[in-house]
Design a protein around this ligand. Structure first.
Ligand code: AMP
Length: 274
């Protein structure tokens, strides 16, 4: 497995592998890899990738000033071992200084799908995501890239960016991988105390309880009450149209239910397609 810290060397290696006929997949991550991330690597394999490039980069541009950039968990050694075990062809571990020139001044802004949900609560977050993903796409030039539906809004925004900016890269999405109690796996779960972890189980319960064919306002209230009774602080509960990401008034097939809630200081997200 190749390890690159320099985008120029990775670009050259990818171009050579491509010229040799390899189908290249990219799996972008922020590291501290868990089964959710590894499922994306497996999906890339299943989809016929000859070379899988995993990027591990805690992207400063997608964190707000009061968010957890500095304390975000980093575990390079075990991440590399996991990538090797899964058969990744290359891992890209750039430094922030390498990714962003001191006078970096160009960003990618999605202006519609990123207005609500996490985009409304985390100003600038999706601008940071789109910018770093666009950079990774330009460096690796993959045939396809795999994203988890755990970050469902992110996947929709990346698909829109690829369409609107003609990247010509297929975006594959993979299902949410959960812990045994139903909590969606996340690198941030490591922040949780045992008590908070117990409370966090209510997130999946709340979205699992949402019914089809009902007034969205009523289902939102029900879900919110499950979260609050468990002692979580609700950031949002939303029911949106899966293609426009606009709120719906009635739930049904094609509705996506999304929750963001705080267990203590840790913000967790989850979602489900009805
Ligand atoms: P992150 O490292 O949190 O930025 O996530 C990198 C990629 O892994 C994103 O495409 C996420 O959606 C995906 N991912 C993270 N957690 C999970 C999970 N529990 N199940 C499926 N995909 C996930």
């Amino acid at each position: 497995m190749k390890i690159f810290r320099d985008s120029g060397k990775l670009r050259k290696w990818c171009a050579e592998r491509k010229a040799a006929g390899a189908k290249i997949a990219l799996v972008p991550t922020m590291g501290c890899l868990h089964e959710g991330h590894l499922s994306l690597v497996r999906e890339a394999k299943r989809k016929g990738a000859d070379e899988i490039v995993v990027s591990i980069f805690v992207n400063p541009v997608q964190f707000g000033p009061n968010e957890d950039y500095a304390k975000y968990p980093r575990s390079e050694k075990s991440d590399l071992a996991k990538c090797r075990a899964e058969g990744a062809g290359a891992v890209f571990l750039p430094s922030p200084e390498l990714m962003y020139a001191a006078d970096h001044s160009v960003y990618v802004d999605e202006t519609r799908l990123s207005k609500g949900l996490c985009g409304a609560r985390r100003p600038g977050h999706f601008r940071g995501v789109c910018t770093v993903v666009a950079k990774l796409f330009n460096i690796v030039r993959p045939d396809f890239a795999v994203f988890g539906r755990k970050d469902w809004q992110q996947a929709q925004i990346v698909k829109r960016m690829v369409r609107d900016l003609d990247f010509g890269i297929e975006i594959v999405t993979a299902p949410i991988v959960r812990e045994s109690g139903g909590l969606a796996m996340s690198s941030r779960n490591g922040y949780l105390s045992d008590e908070e972890r117990g409370k966090a189980l209510a997130i999946n319960k709340a979205i699992a309880g949402v019914r089809c064919g009902m007034p969205a306002a009523q289902e939102k209230r029900r879900a919110r009450s499950v979260l609050e009774k468990a002692g979580l602080k609700v950031d949002y509960v939303e029911m949106v149209d899966s293609s426009t990401l606009e709120p719906v008034s009635k739930t049904g097939k094609g509705t996506t239910v999304l929750v963001a809630a705080f267990a203590g200081a840790t913000r967790l997200i989850d979602n489900r397609q009805l």
